[in-house]
Write a protein that binds this ligand. Structure first.
Ligand code: ADP
Length: 203
């Protein structure tokens, strides 16, 4: 067996059920690394990330307590393509490096990397296999609106900014259909868990 961790890249559009699915795997003892959590961690006070941002944009992008003022930062990169690129060139490698550190520290049989924009940001190159949670755009809107009190129009904008359902499915190694109830989800997770364990054994 290889000593490198076996990594499953979990993705899906907004409200598709990534978090719900990830938690079902976590219930089986599988460790999760969440790209959104890492993206927040790398700009916490006293990190290399936040120090570089403050040195570049000035203290106006910091709150009084030294934390990142996201609104101010958005203002500095909004419609300033060079600044947006500078920020992405800083953050993307940092996020990638930190996610891999977490993955390598994991002790479970395999690790799930939860990344909303797995394919869009090319992070599928880091994983051994990909798993897409799939639902229709109508259900995405219904479930996201019920969860976040966000308007359907706002959710539609986010859906439009993400990869299309067809493109995402065409890139998936494995697909979970989350249009049914949570017990159907749980059954699919059980089967995939066994499958991933067998893939790990075969290495
Ligand atoms: P994501 O992390 O992809 O944005 P979530 O896992 O947060 O999606 O799911 C979006 C919302 O839909 C949550 O409120 C979740 O509880 C709910 N949900 C997820 N799967 C189902 C399901 N099969 N049936 C009903 N509600 C679901």
């Amino acid at each position: 067996m290889s000593s490198a961790p076996f990594i499953v890249g979990l993705t899906g559009g907004i409200g598709s059920g990534k978090t719900t699915v990830a938690n079902l795997f976590a219930g089986k003892g599988i460790e999760l690394v969440d790209a959104d959590v890492v993206a927040r961690d790398v700009v916490k006070p006293n990190t290399e990330g936040l120090n570089a941002i403050a040195a570049h944009f000035g203290n106006a992008v910091l709150n009084a307590d030294g934390s990142l003022n996201r609104q101010a930062l958005r203002g500095r990169v909004f419609s300033h393509e060079n600044e947006r690129l500078w920020l992405n060139n800083l953050l993307h490698p940092l996020i990638r490096k930190t996610m891999l550190e977490h993955v390598h520290n994991a002790k479970s049989d395999y690790v799930i990397l939860v990344v909303p924009l797995l394919f869009e940001n090319g992070l599928d190159s880091l994983v051994n296999t990909t798993l897409v949670v799939d639902i229709s755009a109508d259900l995405q809107k219904q479930r996201s609106a019920a969860r976040d009190s966000t308007s359907q129009a706002e959710i539609q904008k986010i859906i439009d900014s993400q990869m299309s359902r067809e493109q995402r499915l065409s890139k998936a190694d494995h697909i979970i259909d989350n249009q049914g109830d949570v017990s159907s989800l749980s059954k699919q997770v059980n089967e995939l868990h066994q499958h991933f364990l067998s893939l790990v054994q075969q290495r």
